[in-house]
Design a protein around this ligand. Structure first.
Ligand code: SF4
Ligand code: SF4
Length: 380
């Protein structure tokens, strides 16, 4: 039996076309083998706000009966392969307020494969991925994050590379030759075919044990059952001001307690409090009201609320006072201001390490540039 399903987790808007291309490619390739295939979004995570994790699925079956059996589930929860289209999704997925934080491997079946385009090693990535409690495989296609915008698509071959890699890790779903045949229809595309074949040859898979990975328990909350739901559409207003916990003075804006938004982020701002002039501009301009006012008058970007848009970096009038840093450099959402208050010298060292070490990346909002060089680098 060659029935199987693939979950594609992607960043809303920035990777919507990429996810669609991957799922459509799976269906077209499966059809080349005489199978039935269908691709669909997950009851729409729309509006797919910039960067918010969203999902599409592709299901492949030998017969209509098998397909019906697969589709009888609301959401495929036993996927052969989960593709995380951006490696920072490995920290977990919070799609609006449906679940709390869902581990990226949650809907992956035992023995399945989590496939990630990344320049990181499996040892590094597994530090971010929550423990599954069942063995599975982590496969990496060497590639930088592929982001584009609402009306443009960055055709950098990430889609065909992932399809080529999929053929390697789950040949019962699609073979390399059927992927190649789908790529070359209606018109031959030798460069894309070469990218798919290279990814097939180079994808590296590592067995992950049941207890390997990030031991942190992802935050969750109780969903209302059908008996506990209130009548009508209820959107609670936020309650009034909160003081900075445990301190005299300061101000923490009230925030939605269930939708924390941090899994939207691919980069985070780091603040140099030593050079901050307390001008308030970041606080005023942050579209997500992320800045807490500290008792000493500084502005502390709350890392549970920040979606990583980069506006604060752009508007801060002090050179290098706010710097957007690759999210892979961080393991928690702790307060930077608290760290700075405790030990200013250590904070300065931490700040300089964070700014200089991690590989640069785009947070999607500012993606510009050419990518011919990227195709050559990542296909080798
Ligand atoms: S990156 Fe800056 S402006 Fe954007 S949400 Fe985070 S704190 Fe606010
Ligand atoms: S915009 Fe820059 S200088 Fe002004 S308060 Fe924010 S961090 Fe400080």
């Amino acid at each position: 039996m060659s029935t199987g399903s693939v979950e594609v987790v992607y960043r809303g808007i920035f990777q919507k076309s990429l996810a669609k291309n991957i799922c459509r490619g799976i269906v077209f390739a499966a059809k080349k083998e005489g199978k039935i295939g269908i691709a669909f979004g997950r009851y729409s995570d729309s509006p797919e706000r910039n960067g918010i994790p969203a999902k599409q699925f592709a299901v492949v079956a030998d017969s209509e009966e098998e397909m019906e059996e697969n589709l009888s589930r609301y959401e495929p929860d036993n996927n052969d392969v989960t593709i995380a289209a951006d490696d920072t999704l490995c920290k977990g997925v919070e799609s609006w307020a449906w679940y709390g934080l869902q581990p990226i491997n949650k809907l992956l079946k035992e023995g399945g494969t989590l496939l990630v385009p990344s320049t990181r090693s499996s040892e590094s990535l597994i530090g971010d991925i929550h423990r599954k409690g069942k063995p599975y495989n982590l496969a990496i296609v060497k590639a930088a994050a592929s982001f584009s915008g609402l009306w443009v698509y960055k055709d950098d071959h990430t889609d065909v590379r992932l399809l080529g890699a999929l053929a390697k890790v789950a040949p019962h779903i699609v073979s390399l030759e059927s992927v190649v045949a789908a790529i070359n229809e209606p018109k031959k595309n030798a460069a894309k075919e070469a990218s798919a074949r290279k990814a097939y040859a180079l994808v590296a898979s590592t067995a992950i044990g049941a207890d390997n990975g990030n031991a942190t328990v992802p935050y969750k909350f109780d969903l209302p059952g059908w008996k506990t739901m209130e009548e009508g559409l209820v959107i609670r207003g936020m309650t009034g001001e909160q003081k900075v916990p445990g301190r005299d003075g300061g101000y923490v804006p009230a925030r939605n307690p269930t939708f924390k938004k941090f899994s939207t982020r691919t980069m985070r701002p780091v603040v140099n409090f030593d050079t901050c002039t307390e001008c308030k501009i970041c606080w005023l301009q942050c579209p997500d009201t992320c800045f807490d006012i500290t008792p000493d008058g500084h502005y502390d970007a709350n890392m549970e609320a920040c979606c990583g848009c980069g506006v604060c970096e752009a508007v801060c009038p002090v050179d290098k006072c706010i710097t957007m840093v690759n999210e892979e450099a961080f393991k928690d959402n702790g307060s930077q201001w608290e760290m700075w208050t405790k030990d200013k010298k250590s904070y300065a060292a931490w700040l300089s390490e964070k700014i200089s070490e991690p590989p640069p990346r785009s947070h999607g909002f500012h993606h510009v540039g050419q990518y011919a060089g990227e195709i050559a680098n990542e296909s080798s």
